[in-house]
Design a protein around this ligand. Structure first.
Ligand SMILES: NC(=O)C1=CN([C@@H]2O[C@H](COP(=O)(O)OP(=O)(O)OC[C@H]3O[C@@H](n4cnc5c(N)ncnc54)[C@H](O)[C@@H]3O)[C@@H](O)[C@H]2O)C=CC1
Ligand SMILES: N[C@@H](CCC(=O)N[C@@H](CSC=O)C(=O)NCC(=O)O)C(=O)O
Ligand SMILES: [Zn+2]
Ligand SMILES: [Zn+2]
Length: 379
């Protein structure tokens, strides 16, 4: 029986309050309005940004909400005027939209899009500034324009990438966030050249994807820095050539790196979300040209600092959102690269769980051996 035009009642993990366990609830998901798409989510991974917002440290965090933004699914129905996808299409929801028409999209200078950001930042849909999720009439906020911890979600059409239907959704869900962010930080934001010396702070999924991207770009040395020494062995498989544990050194870590690289690295990447490490990442860069890219998301109220002289003497400080990838145009390309075995995805999945086990899955995510946990949403 078709569900088009009907309210769908399904299971979703609801964050009622910061830091309180998520609760699996029966949630009503309204039909998509004009310019919207309702997606049956089959698989979602957990990202540290979900945990960050859940913790209450995100200034944009709103409760109650349905978190989740790294997923894959199948279009169930579309609203009026939606032409780029149709029911049955395999898709990846994209928290970074791409309308191809706004000032940002047309600039050729950024992957940020202005079309729906004002609505997604406050947990509602553009059309009527309301949520499509409710429980017994009480609205539940959307999150990042994706809310993938629900068996069905509604997103804006500019936030949907249509992908190869042959691609395994239980794997390519990862191409909704962490892996593209690391690869793109190297390829799009820093534009690392062959022969470069690179340092990566934090060897979780994002940092390992930076290493993978740097290896593909032909970096001559890839220095991985992590306070958890257990991360080092696995990181070799992603391209890391040298390892430093800051706990093994008395000197500031930036000085250790400057000393071992004849003046500093060409490119550094902060993949943790720690503002003190962001400073170290900048200051380990080579005078005159070294570039540091902030990838990690820092808590509300945190600020970065350095001596301005670091920038006066030629170091460059940048940041990246979704690795600078234009989502609707380039996520399908990333899926194709995965299908051709040109990028890793499976290797980042260390755990599998189901939606009902989501709280356990978040506990796992915080364990040292975990990269990504993928949830099967339909069991
Ligand atoms: N800018 C963007 O578009 C995106 C940003 N992110 C952010 O990227 C960050 C990294 O994400 P994941 O790799 O999934 O996280 P993760 O928690 O798996 O990895 C972080 C790593 O940093 C290490 N670490 C922690 N403190 C450290 C310190 N002081 N010095 C050295 N290493 C330290 C940990 O041991 C861990 O291996 C998070 O802040 C996440 O929110 C994630 C996706 C997209
Ligand atoms: N809401 C937070 C900012 C969170 C943030 O920086 N998000 C990243 C993606 S992190 C994915 O896991 C991002 O793309 N930001 C750009 C954007 O438009 O949101 C805060 O207000 O601090
Ligand atoms: Zn993420
Ligand atoms: Zn746009």
């Amino acid at each position: 029986m078709s569900t088009q035009g009907q309210v769908i009642t399904c299971k979703a993990a609801v964050a009622w309050e910061p830091n309180k366990p998520l609760v699996i609830e029966d949630v009503e998901v309204a039909p998509p309005q004009a310019g919207e798409v309702r997606i049956k989510i089959l698989y979602t991974a957990l990202c540290h940004t979900d945990a960050y917002t859940w913790s209450g440290k995100d200034p944009e965090g709103l409760f109650p909400c349905v978190l989740g933004h790294e997923a894959a699914g199948i279009v169930e129905s579309v609203g009026e005027g939606v032409t780029d996808v149709k029911p049955g299409d395999h898709v990846i929801p994209c928290y970074q939209a791409e309308c191809k028409d706004c000032k940002f999209c047309k600039s050729g200078k950024t992957n940020l899009c202005g079309k729906v950001r004002a609505a997604t930042g406050v947990g509602v849909m553009m059309n009527d500034r309301k949520s499509r999720f409710s429980i017994k009439g009480k609205p539940i906020y959307h999150f990042m324009g994706t809310s993938t911890f629900s068996q069905y979600t509604v997103v804006h059409d500019v936030s949907v990438a249509k992908i190869d239907p042959q691609a395994p959704l239980e794997k390519v869900c990862l191409l909704g966030c962490g892996v593209p962010t690391g690869l793109g930080a190297v390829w799009n934001t820093a534009k690392v050249e062959s022969g470069s010396i690179v340092s990566v702070f934090g060897l979780g999924t994002v940092g390992l994807a930076v290493a993978e991207g740097a290896k593909a770009a032909g970096a001559s040395r890839i220095i991985g820095i992590d306070i958890d020494g257990k991360k080092f062995e696995r990181a070799k498989d992603f391209g890391v050539t040298e390892f430093i544990n800051p706990k093994d050194h008395d000197k500031p870590i930036q000085q250790v790196i400057v000393d071992m690289t004849d003046g500093g690295v060409d490119y550094s990447f902060e993949c943790i979300g720690n503002v003190s490490v962001m400073r170290s990442a900048l200051e380990c860069c080579h005078k005159g040209w070294g570039m540091s890219v902030i990838v990690g998301v820092a808590a509300s109220g945190q600020e970065i600092s350095t001596r301005p002289f670091q920038l006066v003497t030629g170091r460059v400080w940048k940041g990246t959102a979704f690795g600078g990838f234009k989502s609707r145009s380039q996520v399908p390309w990333l899926v194709d690269k995965y299908m051709k075995k040109e990028i890793k995805v499976d290797e980042y999945i260390t755990h599998n769980q189901t939606l009902s086990e989501i709280n356990k899955a978040f506990d796992m995510m915080h364990e040292g051996d975990c990269l990504r946990v993928v949830l099967d949403m339909q069991t």
